[in-house]
Design a protein around this ligand. Structure first.
Ligand code: IPE
Ligand code: IPE
Ligand code: MG
Ligand code: MG
Ligand code: MG
Length: 289
């Protein structure tokens, strides 16, 4: 049931993105082509799915949250395009194909990322009812900005080659990854006009799920193949990244991921219709790609 529904939601997100993104026939063609290349090169669409499920979990329609969901995927994809640049993680493959800067050049990687981020807020402002748009814009900006994802990316780069305490590593994970997951659930709840306590609960759920998600990403970087991941693996050790698996070992890191996943589940069961979120949390911990 969860798989079928998630497949359906992904389709809705992809359709919305295809409609709202500029055509590559429109100038500047190369920029628009690079943006579409980055978005339509695979991708699990997890943040938009979390956003849409959050809306449904409080009795709203996924449809009403579609602009926020599309915006989240644009922001997330921009973060990946920049994360892969030579001045950051320096990766050649993403989502099963060459990274944007490998195909279009470094400058276009920077600029396509800039344009994806900007487009996200254009869609929010244009497609959502004004009162909701304002609140969603704040949630997304906080999740993505200097106290959220970007701040976490700074922490991630600063930590390269250093041995950090467990709490310091978790603080980086919370900002670089969990903040955008928290914003995803929060935005979905806001689009559904959820009660304040449900908005807060879903935001906390996203925070826990996001931490678990990053730990699993770090575990898969150790154990999975580039073919299944669609990106290089073994890179965190090579670059001296301060990850939980490198600090605690595989088993203990997995245990921490399980704790955060359980904390997310404990919140999901308090929601009016949280069953699909509960199911999604299960699949995210067990994922193999
Ligand atoms: C990768 O995110 C970056 C992390 C925060 C670990 P995803 O694993 O969700 O990447 P896509 O969107 O499916 O490519
Ligand atoms: C990415 O973390 C976090 C972002 C905010 C993009 P990683 O650097 O581990 O993500 P991957 O492994 O390159 O997808
Ligand atoms: Mg990185
Ligand atoms: Mg990376
Ligand atoms: Mg990684």
């Amino acid at each position: 049931v969860i798989d079928d529904h998630v497949t359906h939601l992904r389709l809705c997100v992809d359709r919305a993105l295809a409609e709202w993104m500029p055509s590559e026939d429109v100038a500047p063609e190369r920029l628009h082509a690079a943006m579409r290349y980055s978005i339509f090169g695979g991708g699990k669409r997890l943040r938009p799915v979390c956003c849409l499920l959050a809306a449904e979990a409080v009795g709203g329609a996924a449809e009403a949250a579609l602009p926020a969901a599309a915006a989240l995927e644009l922001i997330h994809t921009y973060s990946l395009v920049h994360d892969d640049l030579p001045c950051m993680d320096d990766d050649d493959y993403r989502r099963g194909r060459l990274t944007v800067h490998k195909v279009y050049g470094d400058a276009m990687g920077v600029l396509a990322g800039d344009a994806l981020l900007t487009l996200a807020f254009e869609i929010v402002a244009e497609q959502l009812p004004p009162a909701v748009a304002t609140r969603v814009a704040v949630a997304l900006a906080r999740g993505a900005g200097s106290s959220g994802m970007v701040g976490g990316q700074v922490g991630d780069l600063d930590a390269e080659g250093r041995v950090l305490e467990v709490d310091e590593i978790l603080a980086i994970d919370r900002r670089k990854t969990a903040a955008l997951f928290a914003a995803s659930f929060e935005a979905g709840a806001l689009c559904a006009n959820a009660a304040p306590e449900h908005v807060a609960a879903l935001t906390r759920l996203g925070d826990h799920l996001g931490v678990a998600f990053q730990i699993v990403d770090d575990l898969l970087d150790v154990s999975a193949s580039p073919a299944t991941m669609g990106k290089a693996t073994g890179k965190d050790v090579a670059r001296g990244k301060a990850t939980l698996p490198s600090r605690l070992g595989i088993e203990s890191a997995r245990a921490v991921a399980r704790e955060h996943s359980a904390a997310a589940t404990a919140i999901a069961v308090t929601l009016p219709q949280g069953r699909l979120i509960e199911a999604l949390i299960g699949t995210m911990l067990e994922r193999s790609s």
